[in-house]
Design a protein around this ligand. Sequence first.
Ligand code: ADP
Ligand code: ADP
Ligand code: MG
Length: 655
Amino acid sequence: MFKSVLIANRGEIACRVARTAKRLGLRTIAVYSEADAGALHVRVCDEAHLIGPAPAAQSYLVIGNIIMAAKKSGAECVHPGYGFLSENAKFAESCAQAGITFVGPPPAAIRAMGLKDRAKALMEKAGVPVVPGYHGDMQDAKFLKQKAYEIGYPLLIKAVAGGGGKGMRRVGKHAEFDASLEAARRETKSAFGDERVLIEKYITAPRHVEIQIFADTHGNAIHLHERDCSLQRRHQKVIEEAPAPGMSAALRAEMGAAAVAAAKAANYAGAGTIEFIADGASGLKSGGFWFMEMNTRLQVEHPVTEAITGLDLVEWQFRIAAGEKLPLTQDKVPLNGHAVEARVYAEDPEHGFLPAAGKLAALDLPVGEGIRVDTGVETGAEVTPFYDPLIAKVIAHGKTRDEALARLGDALDRTVALGPRTNIAFLAALTRAEKFRAGDFDTGFIDRNLEALGAVPQPLDKAAVALGAARLFARDAARIASVTEPEPDAVPSPWDAGDGFQLSGARALSLPVMADGEIVTARATYGKNGPAVSIDGISAANALAVETPDTVFVWHKGRQTKVSRLDFSLLDAGDSGGGGTVRAPMHGKVLAILVEDGQRVTKGQRVAIIEAMKMEHSLTAPVEGVVSGIAVAENGQAAEGARIMTIEPDKKPQD
Ligand code: ADP
Ligand code: ADP
Ligand code: MG
């Protein structure tokens, strides 16, 4: 076994790999960007090396910097985690050249599976069923359209170099093909620098069922059963479980054998996942599954496999990289109970799942029987716009699927994350969704049930606002009581008027607060029992409130409400004059400014594109008018709330 490992990753997966490495007695070496100097993964490792500025392209993706840190620290091996360089054949080769073992498959296997078209061709040769479609070299638009016609609609256009659901377009009918192809090419070119696509039949009622495989360097390969990852949004996994609902032992053996054949065809070694798409229209069945792609690394959702097998997959990765044989034969792989994982993200399900960022004012993660939590952050940590906004993975194990889902729901109810908005309430609702509970779901389930899952704009939680406002009032009352002389440089604010505080008897005071971006009037009445605050007659909730210097975060029924004093300096002329200030919804990079100064735009017209959290967001004109004062340049950074440009609304004709 190795004596030391450099973990070329961050966040929860770096912490998770370090845990096993420590148990095996390895010295753990972290790498970190400037944004991560205080991160948990840096503290849990024995030593840490700075590898560059915050953007991943300048730190976690720079092969040279990571190899340098590995050499400096004398690391015997490198574990890449997932994402970043984990599926980068050049990185694996660079490690080998530096005399450091890459904990992963051989570079040739990464290459063989890296491009979806080549992988599919290889699988066909190995006799593994692939999704019907076209994955040849011809990329002429007319030719592809003809192929699409032959394959039939609906179909999927996929980026050959794709990953993370990017560059993928579902096409419903022939008339939409040209526009979809163009859009897919544009997206895949900007994401992967490669505009080649393939076409696949769209499987109806699709279930994503994947097989965890392991191979050693002695020619042995086995599988560790399946995972069902059909609860998805934008082709990205949200909740994963093992085993798959409705899976029979015979079908498991059939899919497992196909996956092992796939691994052998790629001369694989280490941990890998074969992703299949299954037609779930009438339940999982023999012959009803097709190869989609292979992920040549540890998967985000590997803990559900660990839960039902009782194995440590990271330990297996280390053992195989060290040249050991697979620890078990196929017939000895355990399968106990059922496990479900939920990905807790900093994002706002009520507003299109927009990624969120900011300091975690509070983070309270659940403990309990059958509950495992993997995280890389803690209270006070910053969720930055530079990386994946995953806060934690909550994994529940139970004797049955029902028990596991009930435990997960309970655990999510006990989870508190304040600061950035999160998907916790949405995940909890998913664990209780009737049809999902009954095993009746496919990859379209979330999109079809957004409203029932609470993933639509919700009215302001007035009871929560009242509690937040009460805390702000109390704070001011305390401050006013302690200050006898006004401070000479104090900025006058209606908050400081304090006239309600000075008189005895029942007096009322109305003051505006900012609650989730809305201006709300809070009413405080002073009675015998001290002040009581209400909003439209609704009094304060009995809930958790966490105060930071300028904001009170209220956690009520699994949702956050953010209450702060009305900051008059934020209301600039552009916002209040009925005009159009276009602002960055979050910190990000300005990818494109689509208009020029002086140009006329209509309301809703796209005027700029911002990239944040690996996603593109279009900014639109809030009013019809003329563009004036573009404040940022393309490729520049924009802070959350920063003005991008102003649209001067049309003047009313003078009469
Ligand atoms: P999985 O099937 O395991 O979810 P994905 O390919 O979607 O795998 O990505 C795994 C994780 O790594 C996801 O959380 C994703 O957001 C993240 N990720 C993927 N690519 C990158 C990248 N280039 N840089 C940083 N994180 C990435
Ligand atoms: P990525 O590399 O982005 O993970 P995949 O090829 O694995 O791309 O596809 C991602 C998701 O898209 C799948 O999990 C599945 O939900 C959906 N998908 C992919 N191919 C098909 C298909 N042929 N029919 C229906 N859904 C599909
Ligand atoms: Mg995939």
